[in-house]
Design a protein around this ligand. Structure first.
Ligand SMILES: [Zn+2]
Length: 233
């Protein structure tokens, strides 16, 4: 068995001037994707179960899946959260702590369209309802290009800031832009995280490195057939 971990960015209708339209999955597409997962018998798991799975322990769930979001857009709360809840699913949101409650553009330096980011109350509400919060750094920098001290600050301060909001330990990290190397991985571990997700395509397998977890990217160009193909493959 392998565990698929999906990653999304924005659940919304694409903004007219957006450069990266693929980052938007419409609420309608998202609803259809979740309905299909439910039909196929998938159940969302606690990300901690992934850690015991890679060590070789059996999972209680027959068809496990983890749904993740990167960056921490407010549309995750406004659009994705109600759809997930009504499907009986949870998800994990990787938040860039420096953008909380702000309007910003982070997907790339070339993206000019700004988005609203989750505020503290929205994060608290989702956390209380069984959703998981992970860190995506503070400023969404390429960690592999930063000076050591600045990189460590991104890892430690974002963790502390998010822990202060939820009142619980933040154990999971997702590398901004999927950028990492051996040095970044070591720093993430030393900062107190127990695992980190990449943007390398693939599923979780027994024996995987917990700081190099693979995911499956879902974008707005995937129709329902590409979607299910990516998960079943
Ligand atoms: Zn990101």
């Amino acid at each position: 068995m392998k565990i698929p971990v999906l990653y999304y960015h924005k659940i919304d209708y694409p903004k007219k001037d957006a450069v990266f339209k693929g980052l938007y999955v419409t609420p309608r597409q998202f609803k259809r994707q979740l309905a299909l997962l439910k039909f196929l018998g998938y159940e969302t798991i606690n990300p901690k179960e992934i850690l015991s799975f890679i060590k070789g322990h059996k999972l209680s769930v027959k068809k496990p899946i983890l749904i993740t979001f990167d960056d921490g857009y407010e549309n995750n709360y406004l659009n994705a959260y109600p759809i997930l809840k009504s499907a009986g699913f949870t998800s994990m949101i990787f938040i860039s702590s420096g953008f909380i409650g702000k309007k910003n553009a982070v997907s790339d330096e070339r993206e000019r369209v700004k988005e609203n980011f989750l505020n503290k109350n929205e994060i608290k509400e989702m956390f209380k309802n069984g959703f998981f919060i992970g860190s995506h750094g503070i400023n969404h920098f390429y960690l592999d290009r930063l000076e050591e001290g600045v990189m460590i600050g991104e890892l430690i301060a974002s963790k502390a800031y998010l822990e202060n909001i939820t009142g619980f330990a933040v154990e999971f990290f997702s590398y901004p832009f999927g950028a990492y190397n051996a040095n970044v991985m070591r720093a993430v571990k030393n900062a107190g995280y127990t695992a980190a997700f990449t943007t390398v395509n693939g599923k979780i397998e027994v024996g995987d490195n917990s700081f190099e977890l693979k995911r499956i990217s879902i974008n707005g160009y995937n129709n329902i057939f590409n979607f299910i193909f990516k998960i079943l493959l």
